[in-house]
Design a protein around this ligand. Structure first.
Ligand code: BEZ
Length: 212
């Protein structure tokens, strides 16, 4: 199988995790999902990322997003490491971490980039919609911890644009003005968006966030 692309079905899998054996699709249910990989247990950047992810879980819950992490160590290792994460990051890791020591899920999701590291996963992020299609893919190197505010921001954009005929401009944050979808003629946009449409150029029309 080639690399996953946006719009592709997210591959399903059964895996051992820090919370027992889980089926990915059953775990997601009707929720959105975020699957993110880490290079290895007991490493410093990963420790800060998982602690941060645990602190952000309430925000992901509000958005109906279920979190699942992964690294290529076994479940006993994960559970020992979680104690360190909880202690050092002052939190409680409250979502499963896939124990992928055989790299089955890492290979399914193309999380090992051999020219970066031929055994450890890079920092991949997949955001998956309730219909189980892949909506966003991000890849960071081992040396760069992810920005979880950005992950929440992009979930807000994905959810808004899934349900409204809008797109979100550069550096957009929840509640700010959005772009009218280019497919909609301005006259029609004025009927759809009761809060008003500003036509800056025929192809650049802004409207207040329809959900704000
Ligand atoms: C880290 O999480 O700190 C890390 C892991 C692998 C390589 C470099 C850094």
């Amino acid at each position: 199988m080639g690399a996953l692309r946006l719009g592709d079905p997210a591959p399903d899998f059964n895996a051992e995790t820090s919370q027992g054996t889980l089926n990915f699709y059953d775990y997601l249910g009707d929720s959105w999902g975020i699957l993110f990989s880490h290079p290895a247990d007991f490493t410093p950047v990963c420790t800060t990322e998982l602690g941060t992810a645990a602190k952000f879980k309430a925000e992901f819950d509000k958005r109906n997003v279920k979190m699942m992490a992964l690294s290529v160590d076994d479940a006993d290792s994960h559970n020992e490491w979680i104690k360190d994460i909880n202690e050092t990051q002052n939190t409680v890791v409250n979502f499963p971490i896939v124990a992928d020591e055989h790299r089955a899920v890492a290979n399914l999701y193309d999380m090992i980039h051999p020219n970066a590291d031929d055994t450890l996963t890079v920092r991949s992020v997949f955001i998956i919609a309730p219909d189980k299609t892949v909506k966003l893919i991000l890849t960071y190197p081992a040396s760069t911890g992810r920005n979880f505010y950005e992950l929440l921001r992009v979930v807000d954009s994905l959810q808004l644009t899934a349900y409204h005929k809008v797109a979100t401009p550069a550096n957009w944050n929840n509640g700010e003005d959005v772009v009218v979808s280019p497919a909609i003629p301005t006259e029609e946009a004025k009927e759809i968006f009761a809060k008003g449409v500003e036509e800056i150029k025929p192809y650049l029309r802004m409207t207040p966030d329809p959900t704000a």
